[in-house]
Design a protein around this ligand. Structure first.
Ligand code: ADP
Ligand code: ZN
Length: 725
């Protein structure tokens, strides 16, 4: 048998697997999952062993040159999952594998330290207080040098030496764990008594675990209904049955509270995996998962690839979040991979959200494959906060041109006088520019695609799905108003305005600028949680998962940025965001309220969020999606073309459109991408639509094969089931 080696040729879209002979010296050591060095032409390349087999012909077969690691880097189960990712998203298997094992590739390996360690099997404790101090310290911080230990214990090096001489301490080299949460105190979180819907949900999950068959649950729980507790009990049930669990959260660096709760319940059995970890920490956490020390994995998107051999439960919290989609190769959606994982291992998947994605919720309807678990009310029957919608058009007509409406200003003043806390939320600045009529709120949309038109520098408005364009009007076509303009504000401006209006208020800001340093995100939230500030101003980061009982007011500065994103999911995103943000208010005994400022107060997404009406939003949005043929009634594939010459980029896009059109696939575009020019490279896109992903893959593959040779100056990215578009 010969090793089948997947050679790491990053530039190839197509995987190349070659056979190599395993030399006698490496027999038995080279196995599936091994990383090896192999001769390739005149070079030596890195590759991964993906199996063993017989080549078509045995002459000229070369030998594996070297084995690069002690053990395999991935398991056969991980390989199977990577193969699925590569096949589904049309990406090279190498990039799927590397996305999986990247914690192992970035660092040299475990950290070993030579120093003093408490000797094993010593009975009793040293007698004198000084000896005892050294002994305690050596146990809490093993691996220190003699000098360091003496210095920290405040004793002479001679005293440390005497402990070594008596056999209490010994000098040796040992592995030290790089712990990402070292130093943060472990607060135990004892399990509360479940309420009825929680208990019912946990019972169903446990029963499904007993069946040991794939089962998907959609846990639809309003904000503050206690979804996390259901996850924790589900995980405990999986552990009791000898199985492992992985819980995904949108970006864990953003939710330190979640880490605390998990550690409080499962202690050292939790491994944490996310992009905010240092390379060494990530490596060590990965090892703890691999060797079984940590059967519970809590992490962001890529944690779905954790090396678990018996996963029984996979949880996707806030399953509607678009950040689960990776926006570079491999362009996978972690929720889709989680569902695949459940299938592969006969595991239970729990997708949780207060505002499930349409794609998920429609699968719970009669005849659908998912089971719906409902948490219809908040813990302790706390009411959802009332939401007041403030009409910015009216403010404008009344001559108020500031960031805050009269209502929001009053509400803030009231909170400050009552010594309560408030959160001011700002949507991400739109990546594309839309223009809105400040008198009637009109935003121009594409007559074919129903998405907002994007303003371009040449004074035209353009649809970046189908390339429809129209001259930007100077007067509003609906009300003839003359104030057609872009409206947008940054967090800094909001902070300035708050400080100007309320000089005595203590203000904290949570955004990209203030959270650059490691740990700063947590510090800001902790400080706010301790009541050290009155007002927290923030972007998306404050919308999710915060449980702050002191907050009685949430103000949404402008709901329109999300509402007018040029994306067919703009309404859905707005509804989700407003609901999430509103969920931060009124979690304590004093209740709370939400104020939403917008130029489109009557929009159904805003109105449904105001009424906390998921069902109403769902049915209205579904009927629009059905009429326009958008997901979940179809699958989309976005193909992005990038290059230095706009002409060639456009030509390549048109060529693929020609190849792909017809038959089962509908082609929209080519059109400029929402960001048409990034770092002096031009970007055009095609949007393909079909009723099944396989048809999209076939069309794209055939298209790319058809004119591959013309593609030398244009890069192509295939994005199946795109999220932000
Ligand atoms: P969600 O994720 O659904 O928004 P959380 O999981 O944040 O809600 O729960 C809200 C709060 O209620 C948390 O502080 C949590 O500890 C608490 N909680 C959850 N379940 C219970 C329960 N059964 N009894 C008392 N408190 C609970
Ligand atoms: Zn269009």
């Amino acid at each position: 048998m010969f090793a089948e080696v997947l050679v790491n040729l990053a530039l190839r879209r197509v995987d190349k697997i070659f056979h190599y002979r395993v030399p006698a010296g490496l027999q038995g050591q080279v196995e599936t999952g091994s990383r090896v060095l192999v001769p390739f032409g005149r070079r030596k390349l890195e590759g991964y062993v993906v199996g063993f087999g017989v080549p078509p012909q045995e002459s000229g077969i070369k030998e594996v040159a070297a084995l690069l690691d002690k053990g395999p880097l991935f398991t056969p189960g991980q390989l199977a999952l990577a193969r699925w990712v590569a096949a589904y998203y049309l990406c090279p298997l190498v990039s799927a594998l590397q996305a999986m094992i990247w914690p192992l590739l970035q660092t040299a390996g475990p950290r070993r330290v030579r120093g003093l360690w408490p000797a094993a099997g010593v009975s009793g404790a040293p007698q004198t207080p000084k000896q005892n101090a050294v002994w305690q310290l050596a146990q809490n911080s093993p691996g220190l040098t003699r000098m360091e230990l003496a210095r920290r214990a405040g004793v002479s090096p001679g005293l440390v030496n005497s402990l070594v001489a008596r056999g209490w301490l010994q000098v040796e080299e040992q592995m030290v764990r790089r712990d990402p949460v070292a130093g943060t105190p472990l607060r135990p979180s004892p399990p509360p008594v479940l309420n009825v819907p929680q208990a019912e949900a946990v019972r169903e999950i446990a029963a499904a675990l007993d069946r040991e068959k794939e089962q998907v649950f959609l846990l639809h729980g309003i904000t503050g209904s206690g979804k996390t507790e259901v996850y924790l009990r589900g995980i405990a049930a999986a552990l009791e049955r000898g199985r492992q669990a992985v819980a995904l959260v949108p970006e864990i660096a953003l939710t330190p509270q979640m880490v605390d709760v998990f550690r409080g319940r499962f202690g050292g059995r939790v491994a944490v995996l996310h992009s905010g970890l240092a390379a060494g920490e990530r490596y060590d956490e990965y090892q703890r998962i691999q060797n079984g020390t940590a059967p519970v994995v809590l992490g962001a998107r890529s944690a779905v690839f954790a090396p678990l051999d018996r996963p029984g439960l996979v949880i996707v919290d806030e399953e509607h979040e678009s950040s689960y989609k990776q926006e570079e190769t491999p362009r996978y959606h972690a929720r889709a991979v989680a569902l695949r994982l459940a299938r592969q291992y006969g595991a239970v998947a729990v997708l949780g959200s207060a505002t499930p994605a349409l794609e998920s919720y429609c699968r719970t309807l009669s005849g659908g494959p998912y089971r719906l678990l409902n948490l219809p009310y908040r813990i302790a029957r706390r009411p959802l906060p009332p939401v007041r919608v403030v009409d910015l058009r009216r403010e404008y007509r009344a001559g108020r041109r500031g960031i805050f409406s009269g209502a929001l200003q009053e509400a803030l003043a009231e909170r400050l006088s009552r010594k309560e806390q408030a959160i001011l939320f700002l949507n991400r600045r739109g990546y594309a520019t839309f223009i809105v009529c400040r008198e009637c709120g009109l935003v121009l949309k594409c007559p074919h695609c129903d998405i907002s038109l994007t303003y371009h520098a040449n004074g035209r408005l353009r649809c970046h799905y189908c390339n429809y364009s129209v001259l930007a009007p100077s007067r509003c076509p609906a009300c003839t108003g003359r104030q057609m303009g872009f409206y947008g504000t940054g967090t800094q401006k909001v902070e300035q305005e708050v400080r100007r209006l309320f000089p005595a208020a203590r203000v904290l800001r949570l955004d990209k600028d203030t959270t650059g340093r490691r740990g700063s995100h947590r510090e800001i939230l902790d400080a706010f949680g301790r009541g050290e500030a009155d007002i927290l101003i923030g972007t998306q980061m404050v919308a999710k998962g915060l449980d702050m009982p002191g907050v009685t007011l949430v103000g949404v500065v402008n709901a329109d940025t999300t509402l007018h994103m040029p994306d067919f999911r703009a309404s859905e995103r707005t509804f989700q965001l407003l609901t999430q943000v509103a969920g931060r208010a009124g979690r304590g005994d004093r209740g709370g309220e939400v104020l939403v400022q917008t130029y489109s107060p009557a929009h159904y997404a805003v109105d449904a969020a105001r009424r906390h009406d998921y069902g109403g939003f769902f049915s209205q949005e579904m009927s629009i999606r059905r009429a326009l043929g958008y997901p979940p009634f179809s699958h989309l594939c976005r193909v992005l073309f990038t290059g230095a010459s706009e002409e060639e980029v456009e030509k390549a896009a048109a060529a693929l459109a020609g190849f792909a059109a017809g038959g089962a696939v509908q082609v929209m575009g080519p059109a400029p991408a929402p960001l048409v020019r990034v770092k002096d490279r031009f970007r055009w896109q095609l949007v393909l639509r079909a009723d099944a992903p396989q048809k999209l893959r076939e069309a794209v593959t055939a298209g790319l094969a058809g004119y591959e040779r013309q593609l030398r100056t244009v890069a192509v990215a295939v994005d199946l089931d795109p999220q932000n578009m």
